[in-house]
Design a protein around this ligand. Sequence first.
Ligand SMILES: *[C@@H]1O[C@H](CO)[C@@H](O)[C@H](O)[C@H]1NC(C)=O
Ligand SMILES: *[C@@H]1O[C@H](CO)[C@@H](O)[C@H](O)[C@H]1NC(C)=O
Length: 183
Amino acid sequence: MLLTWKRLLLLASIFFSLETGALSLTTSSPHLLTLSAIISDAEGHAQIQCLQFLHPFNTYPTVGSVLHLANVTNVTYVVLPPHSKEGLHKPPHVMFFILLSGLAHVTLPTENPHDGQELWITPDGNGLIVAADVEGVGHFTEYPGEGESVALQVPFMDGKLPEHRVLNQGACGMEELVEQLEM
Ligand SMILES: *[C@@H]1O[C@H](CO)[C@@H](O)[C@H](O)[C@H]1NC(C)=O
Ligand SMILES: *[C@@H]1O[C@H](CO)[C@@H](O)[C@H](O)[C@H]1NC(C)=O
């Protein structure tokens, strides 16, 4: 009799810890989207930051997860030649920049206090970034790849970034990228 009760208690506690374990997996850490952004600081200098969007992912009706990112407008398809440079420029809008193929490298002008920050963009891993340095003189972008680079410019309809927090100065590191890939 005593044994049976002990076993029952043991079973109950195992069941309970499994239950709470499962619960904490689904409720405590929703996936959040992390991506690098080029943003004007208060003085209008471009800076590179790693952002985390605050809206969580939901379950996609078939498989995986889904995030309603933003309402957008005027999507533009851009083809950039191999080994080309855009020079110093500002994005035409606060927008997503989505690299579909090729390679892009963003740097800042030497007179910019954030000079030294850089951002390498590749289609697999961090192909989605935000370009929002619409104040000041902007940034340099070059396309050092052997082939053409193809990108989409996707402006936000209201000209503003979705709700976000800054994770760190400079581009997102490998940890954030891995998190993003595993999603
Ligand atoms: C997009 O616009 C619709 C209609 O105005 C709005 O309900 C929705 O919240 C917007 N979605 C996002 C992600 O901003
Ligand atoms: C779309 O954006 C481009 C620049 O990226 C601009 O030249 C063009 O006028 C815009 N078109 C509309 C319909 O807003």
